[in-house]
Write a protein that binds this ligand. Sequence first.
Ligand SMILES: Nc1ncnc2c1ncn2[C@@H]1O[C@H](COP(=O)(O)OP(=O)(O)OP(=O)(O)O)[C@@H](O)[C@H]1O
Ligand SMILES: [Mg+2]
Length: 280
Amino acid sequence: MSVLNSDFSLAARRNAKIRLENLSISFKMDENKRVDVLEDISFDADEGSFTCILGPSGCGKSTLFNAIAGLLPPTAGNIYLGDRLINGKTGLVGYMFQKDLLLPWRSVLENILLGTEIQGRDRAKSEARARELMRRYGLEGFEAYYPKYLSGGMRQRAAFLRTMMLDNEVMLLDEPFGALDAQTRLSMQEWLHEVWRDSKKTIIFITHDVDESLFLAEKVLVLSHRPSRIIQTIQVPLPEKRSYEMMGNVEIIKLRTELFALLRRESDSGQTESPNGMGK
Ligand SMILES: Nc1ncnc2c1ncn2[C@@H]1O[C@H](COP(=O)(O)OP(=O)(O)OP(=O)(O)O)[C@@H](O)[C@H]1O
Ligand SMILES: [Mg+2]
């Protein structure tokens, strides 16, 4: 390897907040059957970056997050947080699950405090911080409300702030806006983008939605159908501060068409799979 190349890879390493090296995950169903879900996944998410993972339904996106969050040990490969190997280690990254419901019997404030309460953190300090986050991110005045009185978008904001309260530098968000109507979804995307720019967190965000990925991400990774590999990596050619008008940019429209075609192809190949064809 040339000096130039090794210098370059050192610089790249310095910035990587999350690094996956050749990660594979298989589930053993019984003695004779194994489902290979993720295959040889490698990527970096730099410190303070916004990465979207785009992939067809059932390809293994949530499985990927479960592995990064330490809930699932890799079958092969490694996961690093900065320089630290974190295979199977929990509690190091923030994780908002795909179905991250608020508890209906707790107020919004009490819901946002849930994680810190479980961790046994100082109540007064946590509450002051929760109130400050609610003020800063548009939930002021709703502290004592129960979740059922909030709009879908507000509930998602509350669930997001509950994750943010744990102060992890990395946040994994699994399709947080999947269940929202189109209009609310757009305003939540703008909201999240602003929170990201303001908080400097490293965000990895799962979605099925091509437009959502292009609006939010600096880098989009496209996963194939199972066993899922990275089939495309795109650097989104937009500035850090974004507006919806930019989605009409010629480059973005080209990327959008390309991504739709890729996803379509992968979804179609998934539909031809027989249930028995999954195993090995
Ligand atoms: N603990 C497990 N044991 C066995 N199989 C599992 C387990 N967890 C996930 N799978 C299988 O792994 C595959 C990928 O599931 P996963 O939930 O990661 O997909 P996904 O891309 O998040 O799907 P969706 O788009 O519907 O959210 C599925 O076939 C699922 O049945
Ligand atoms: Mg999922």
